[in-house]
Design a protein around this ligand. Structure first.
Ligand code: GLN
Length: 537
């Protein structure tokens, strides 16, 4: 029920969690049209200073919301059973990272090479959202082709972090994370190849989950590294993340790597009560991997993570130290496998089939000119790296070896599960969000920020980042890593953590950048970067 006496709620529907929006839609206290308008208004006045969005089509969003309202009205007239049959996301606005195809709409993947391209079909996840009745609000900013950890590699300019507008939101799904943190959308989709959902979730103080590889179809998603990419949810709480995962998960015949594993309905019934949620932690065995408290980790981050683990222990979890001995090789092997796959996936941007087309004489000259002008520096770096690793004479030494080490990384986790551990708890990122430009000149420093998330992709496992506290006023995420197909168990644990920290003082802190955004006073992130002299080279 909406508390109409609560001034925040009456003035600002956009601050509600999606499950509260859903309840209000069912009682008729709010309409999908009203919800869409509340978010669209916010985006219009505030996004100048945030730049979380690349495309928003107000007329299209309003039309979709009206359709949701028609279905809602019919269900209300038909009675409680009809209402209960609606998906929890019915009428709820959802943001999509701009590499997810929406039929007839733009998909840039943050790249100039896809400027002007329009998707000829819906991605599988888009179809699923439509059939759930969700309202697609628009497309969010991202690092070009999802390569990066800060969203500074977007060809369309950077996104700011709502917690400090001079800092990055993380990446590559930085637009989705920032949009959710700023109440521009209650939930959003991102993709995670090496951390691109969990790391920006951590830096923006929201929940972000990478499902098991194969849980969600990649059909209609611009590919980066096909053996690692997964689509997953962002939300402001765990229940909303679970509902969004429920909507998008499941086998799709158009992606042969999507698995015919049943999607648990339990995703829609995580406990609302904190007491019940916390009781799920009793007797659970959690492994704390020694290798994840890496050298160079910020002490403030380590302290928040250890405090969160203590909280889980006080609630009855059994925490034991575990070892994942090949963790150290995660980064090196990822930066062979991911660029190798990227170099193959990006070969299709030839100036003929998609978006940008530069004419420069003959076909080969057109190809070179289109790719030369269309791709940014980080993407070129990856293509060169990947092409080299796959070239004759180097394939076995680099790609072949990396695949073998990948098996060892997976075996580390298998050994931990075999010992009876239910989930691994770790930091999401070794630090908090950094300032614009701080790591742009040093790609390896940027790559190193993903040490705690990359191995999870290499092993194909589900992982979630949940807000755990603040360090120097900036959000810190706790990462929970689970067994293959163990999303429901992982979300229950994450919900347990949320319950035991529900009364923590840090939960009452608003992202400080929101006030300036609301006042519409903030300079654009691109202007801030220009003032710092820190643009992408
Ligand atoms: N930051 C990592 C990279 O640059 C991971 C990106 C991702 O998960 N898409 O490749």
């Amino acid at each position: 029920m909406i508390d109409r006496d609560d001034p925040i709620v009456t003035t600002d529907l956009a601050r509600l969690p999606a499950h509260a929006m859903a309840a209000a839609l069912r009682t008729g206290e709010a309409s999908a049209t009203e919800l869409a308008a509340a978010h669209l208004d916010r985006i219009e006045t505030e996004d100048g200073g945030l730049h979380a969005w690349l495309h928003v089509d107000r007329a299209g969003v309003t039309a979709a919301a009206r359709e949701s309202d028609v279905v809602l009205a019919r269900a209300r007239a038909d009675g409680p059973a009809a209402l209960a049959g609606l998906h929890p996301l019915h009428g709820i606005p959802v943001a999509l990272k701009d590499l997810i195809s929406v039929r007839g709409g733009p998909v840039t993947a943050g790249s100039r090479i896809l400027a002007g391209y329009r998707a000829p079909y819906d991605a599988h996840v888009t179809e699923r959202l439509r059939s759930a009745g969700a309202v697609i609000l628009g497309k969010t900013n991202m690092d070009e082709f999802a390569m990066g950890s800060s969203t500074e590699h977007s060809a369309y300019g950077p996104t700011a972090n709502p917690w400090d507008l001079e800092r990055v939101p993380g990446g590559s799904s930085g637009g989705s994370a920032a949009a959710v943190a700023a109440h521009h959308a209650p939930v959003a989709l991102g993709t995670d190849t090496g951390g691109s959902i969990r790391q920006p979730a951590s830096h923006c103080g929201v929940v972000g989950m990478k499902p098991t590889y194969g849980r969600v179809s990649r059909y209609g998603i611009v590919a980066f590294a096909s053996s690692l990419d997964q689509v997953g949810p962002f939300a402001r709480d765990v229940r909303d993340a679970a509902a969004l995962l429920h909507a998008i998960a499941g086998r799709d015949d158009r992606d042969s790597t999507s698995a015919p594993v049943p999607v648990p309905d339990g995703l829609l019934s995580l406990p609302a009560s904190d007491d019940e949620a916390a009781s799920a932690l009793r007797g659970v065995r959690l492994g704390l991997p020694r290798e994840y408290f890496v050298e160079g980790m910020e002490p403030g981050v380590a302290a928040v993570v250890r405090e969160a683990v203590d909280g889980l222990r006080s609630a009855g979890a059994i925490v034991e130290e575990v070892s994942l001995p090949h963790t150290d090789y995660g980064l090196a092997t990822y930066y062979i496998v991911a660029p190798a796959e990227a170099s193959a996936n990006l070969a299709r941007y030839d100036g003929i089939r998609y978006g940008l087309s530069v004419r420069d004489g003959d076909v080969l000259a057109d190809y070179l000119a289109t790719r030369g002008r269309g791709f940014g520096p980080e993407v070129k770096r990856r293509i060169i790296l990947g092409t080299y690793a796959l070239s004759a004479g180097y394939y076995d030494a680099f790609y072949g070896t990396a695949q073998k080490v990948r098996t060892l990384i997976r075996a580390d986790f298998d050994a931990v599960w075999a010992s009876g551990v239910d989930a691994v708890v770790a930091p999401t990122s070794p630090g908090v969000a950094w300032r614009f430009g701080e790591k742009l000149d040093d790609p390896v420093a940027m790559y190193l920020t993903d040490v705690c998330t990359l191995p999870v992709n290499m092993a194909g496992l589900p992982g979630i980042s949940v807000p755990a506290g603040l360090s120097g006023g900036l959000p810190v995420g706790l990462q929970l890593i689970g067994r293959p197909w163990g999303e429901l168990e992982l979300l229950r644990l994450a919900r347990g953590h949320e319950a035991v920290t529900a009364a923590a003082a840090w939960r009452t802190v608003e992202p400080p950048g929101l006030a300036a955004l609301r006042a519409g006073e903030a300079p654009t992130p691109a202007e801030r970067v220009a003032a710092l002299g820190a643009g992408d080279r």
